[in-house]
Design a protein around this ligand. Structure first.
Ligand SMILES: [Fe+2]
Length: 287
């Protein structure tokens, strides 16, 4: 069944790291578009080299088709963001000057987040192991993909792409307090092994990717996986979803399936609560 642009295991995925070329899903909408496939190869190499060398974030030079995907997504998400996104996300989006016109370059966005919160954006060619991913977070770096889904189906991607990373994660990383919490989760995850690493991954998933927050009495969204998906932004408010108060014991024992709409979500009362939970989590599992 084809789904909306649901995010899969994404940045935290357990795909084989170190692969040296693009592997598209057989059902990827762009798989028979030779130009798209060649560009994906080019972007893969640029992003991978940029990540490994840690030099300047490479500029991609987005095409009109890429820009059309970005415009479509911006327009479609704008209204639902204004209604349901948390304050720091909306403020970050404004601060970075997200525009409908053209797909922004990660290079420029990274300068924007770094200047405000000290967090850099670094290129990622695709999925990284959760361990590698946490190591980057612990160093104030968020790995972000630079390729976009195929323009024929702007609402769908079988893999994490820049719509998720740029639209979902980047605006939040403008906020210094939030960025600090992300770094702390990364530090704990970088130290954790085995079962503890799985617990840290679940905590990241149910907060940074799929978290809800109570804000002035209203339920708002702060998880990047929700903020970058039209379907999830609506579904997360439905009666089909089990929305539970954040409880560390519950979160770290709750498994998730990244291939479906998320049936279980956790709600925090404030960013301060998330910070305190992260400190406790790091104490228990991050060593
Ligand atoms: Fe993500």
């Amino acid at each position: 069944m084809e789904q909306d642009n649901l995010l899969r295991d994404q940045d935290l995925a357990c795909g084989p790291a170190g692969q040296d070329h693009v592997v598209l899903d057989p059902k990827h909408p762009g798989i028979n578009d030779g130009f798209y496939v060649r560009r994906r190869e080019m972007i893969y190499r640029l992003s991978r080299d940029g990540r490994i060398s840690e030099s300047e974030v490479p500029r991609i030079g987005y095409t009109e088709n890429d820009d059309s995907v970005w415009r479509y997504v911006c327009r479609k998400l704008q209204e639902v963001h204004e209604r349901n996104a948390c304050d720091i996300f909306l403020e970050g989006k404004k601060a970075l000057g997200f525009e409908e016109g053209a797909m922004p370059e990660l290079h420029d966005l990274s300068e924007g987040t770094y200047a405000r919160s000290g967090f850099r954006l670094i290129p990622a060619e695709g999925m990284l192991s959760s361990k590698d991913f946490f190591r980057y977070l612990s160093r104030n770096r968020m790995p972000c993909t630079q390729y976009l889904r195929h323009h024929s189906k702007p609402e769908y991607t079988p893999e994490p792409d820049a719509v998720h990373d740029v639209m979902g994660h980047v605006p939040l990383l403008v906020d210094r307090n939030y960025a600090e919490i992300v770094r702390m989760i990364g530090e704990a995850g970088a130290r954790a092994e085995g079962e503890n690493l799985i617990k840290l991954t679940r905590f990241y998933w149910f907060t940074i990717e799929f978290g809800l927050i109570r804000q002035a009495g209203a339920l708002k969204v702060f998880g990047a996986g929700l903020l970058s998906s039209f379907g999830e932004m609506t579904y997360c408010y439905s009666d089909d979803v089990d929305r539970r108060p954040l409880d560390i014991d519950d979160v770290v024992e709750t498994d998730y399936d990244p291939t479906i709409m998320q049936p279980t979500l956790f709600v925090i009362e404030s960013m301060e609560q998330l910070r305190e939970a992260t400190i406790e989590l790091a104490r228990r599992y991050g060593s």
